[in-house]
Design a protein around this ligand. Structure first.
Ligand code: GLC
Ligand code: CA
Length: 565
């Protein structure tokens, strides 16, 4: 392994600063809160933190709408706090990567304020402006990803529309403009010179738009097409990233992970093949699409295990030896993984959370833990839409109401899929406000915090946290896990997730049951000749099997990892 490839041995912990730890009791998590928890993170064993945006922002999209890329938002603290955080993390052996959100900025950014004034000032072309059609309507039929109607907004002063793939307050930056690109690179240098260790590149597959801005011919009943149609993996995205690499990233020993929405695996390779000099890895979405329904992401469908395996196995096989995977079950945009892919009833919550962690961590790639996953935090179901904070949830509520859906139906989708599922405050203990703060937090707590919290978990006989610790320890420097070939087993099996990893004749067999009943697993013939040593298990270390050990009986949500020799 190349020594600059340290990120291959990394385990990343994602922090949503707003909801992690509030140090000054204003109800909002902050940088000094993160500093307080460095010992906790070090003890868990993670060695990289990814911070969601902490820059100055009017917080329409919780910080992804940035008004100054060089400033820390007041609610999170000061630049000095950030520098202290970076130093203390580094002292603890933990690196920090920042979110680089440059597909769009905030309308409050000075570039936009200038840009909208006229067609011929320095910043006029920093955004994507288009003339209206002859009848005055928007330049094309793209709808906003957040479901708020057209992706175009008219501005009187310029007599033109600007493009916003997300919220109206998030105008897309014009990457065609070299001055804009240089501003981005300069900003990256600013943070890298402070000593940060890399970037998570937000919505990066959407930065290059087809320049003829074609209508999406598959527009839905409401007339809006998908902006992905003209923006995902656009014509110049790789040229831009190669330029970014050459001008900035190549000079630093950093890690990069791009958010690659709507990117099939063959296209993902273009981002992460090392010889192409773009990014180290991308976040794939295929496995996040397995429970999409007639309204897309907002749905109450249950996934099929075979679909989930198909998606994950495809990425494992396709990137094997040529690229690198990022491994995740959830993040700040997704529901909690134990509720979505496991079973959050009290009986099986811990078992299913640890099983899911196991089948994820032994795949090839860099694992990402989202805050609270390590104690099995669950989805939340607020009664009223008024308790939700996420702009997407509100836009969707409105959109579905206009379509005539009942409140109950809409709320069931929101309970399942709202991004706020992941954004409720971190549950540290059972004190009031869960030890997150001493006042009402910016978003309500998940009421289950009195039972599910870090303190309870770590003091219990079966601690998810301790299990994560073991997984992280096991991975460290393990060549089979890092470099081993991946082989899928039993794609069609509707209960068991199974695969092997093999490196220089040494094999790990990984099994996880997605069933709440006992299920049989027939060890594949070619593996029966090996001796097996159990190295990881989320039960008591005993194995239930038949006499010649050719069939294993997996208990509900059991995870087993064998070293075969
Ligand atoms: C990314 C972020 C998401 C944000 C969106 C728009 O997808 O992960 O949270 O809302 O970009 O900026
Ligand atoms: Ca605070």
């Amino acid at each position: 392994m190349n020594k600059n490839d340290w990120w291959k041995d990394a385990v990343v912990y994602q922090i949503y600063p707003q909801s992690f730890k509030d140090s000054n009791n204003d109800g909002i998590g902050d940088i000094n809160g993160i500093r307080e928890k460095i010992p906790y993170l070090k003890d868990l064993g993670v060695n990289v933190l990814w911070l969601n945006p902490i820059y100055e922002s009017p917080m329409v999209d919780n910080g992804y709408d940035i008004s100054d890329y060089y400033k820390i938002a007041d609610c999170y603290g000061t630049m000095e706090d950030f520098e202290n955080l970076l130093k203390e993390a580094h002292d603890a052996g933990i690196k920090i990567i920042m979110d680089l959100a440059v597909c769009a900025s905030s309308i409050e950014h000075k570039w936009f304020k200038e840009s909208k004034k006229s067609r011929d000032n320095k910043y006029s072309d920093y955004y994507i402006w288009k003339d209206p059609k002859e009848d005055g309507s928007a330049p094309n039929n793209w709808g906003s990803i957040f479901g708020s109607g057209s992706a175009w907004e008219y501005v009187e002063e310029r007599g033109q529309y600007y493009l916003h793939l997300f919220a109206v307050e998030q105008p897309d930056l014009n990457w065609e403009n070299p001055d804009l690109r240089n501003e981005v690179y300069e900003n990256m240098e600013f943070w890298l010179k402070k000593g940060i260790d890399g970037f998570r590149l937000d919505s990066i597959s959407l930065i290059s738009k087809k320049q003829d801005f074609p209508d999406d011919p598959t527009a839905g009943e409401n007339g809006y097409g998908s902006p992905y149609f003209g923006a995902s993996n656009g014509p110049r995205v790789h040229e831009f990233l190669q330029e970014m690499y050459e001008k900035v990233l190549s000079k630093y020993d950093v890690m990069t992970v791009g958010e690659a929405t709507r990117t099939p695996v063959d296209k993902a390779l273009l981002y992460c093949q090392p010889e192409r000099k773009e990014l180290n890895m991308v976040f794939q979405f295929d496995h996040m699409h397995v429970d999409y329904g007639k309204f897309g992401r907002y749905s109450d469908l249950k996934f099929k295990l075979s679909d989930l395996k198909e998606a994950m196995f495809l990425w494992q096989k396709s990137l094997n030896g040529v690229g690198w995977n990022s491994l995740y079950w959830d993040n700040h945009d997704q529901p909690r993984f134990v509720s979505r892919f496991g079973n959050d009833d009290s009986k099986y919550r811990k078992l299913s959370a640890t099983m899911l962690a196991t089948v994820l961590f032994f795949q090839q790639g860099t694992p990402f833990i989202y805050q609270g996953d390590e104690i099995g935090m669950t989805n939340v179901a607020f009664d009223s839409i008024d308790s939700y904070k996420d702009i997407e949830a509100h836009n969707m509520y409105l959109k579905f109401s206009n379509m005539g859906l009942s409140n109950d139906e809409i709320m069931s989708y929101i309970h399942n899929k709202s991004r706020d599922n992941a954004r409720t405050p971190m549950q540290w203990n059972s004190n009031s406000f869960a030890g997150f703060s001493c006042v009402d937090p910016w978003i309500e707590l998940n009421p289950n915090y009195s039972k599910i919290n870090v303190e309870n978990d770590m003091n219990s006989d079966f601690s998810i946290h301790d299990y994560y610790k073991k997984l992280i320890k096991y991975r460290k420097g393990n060549e089979i896990v890092r470099d081993g070939d991946f082989k899928e087993i039993g794609l069609e099996d509707s209960d068991i997730f199974s695969y092997t990893r093999t490196y220089k004749g040494k094999t790990l067999l990984v099994l996880g049951s997605f069933s709440d009943k006992k299920v049989c697993y027939n060890v594949p013939n070619n593996l029966q000749k090996f001796k097996r040593e159990l190295v990881v298990s989320n039960y008591d270390g005993n194995i239930e099997q038949n006499k010649d050990a050719s069939t294993l009986y997996l208990r509900p949500y059991e995870a087993l990892v064998f070293y075969m020799y």
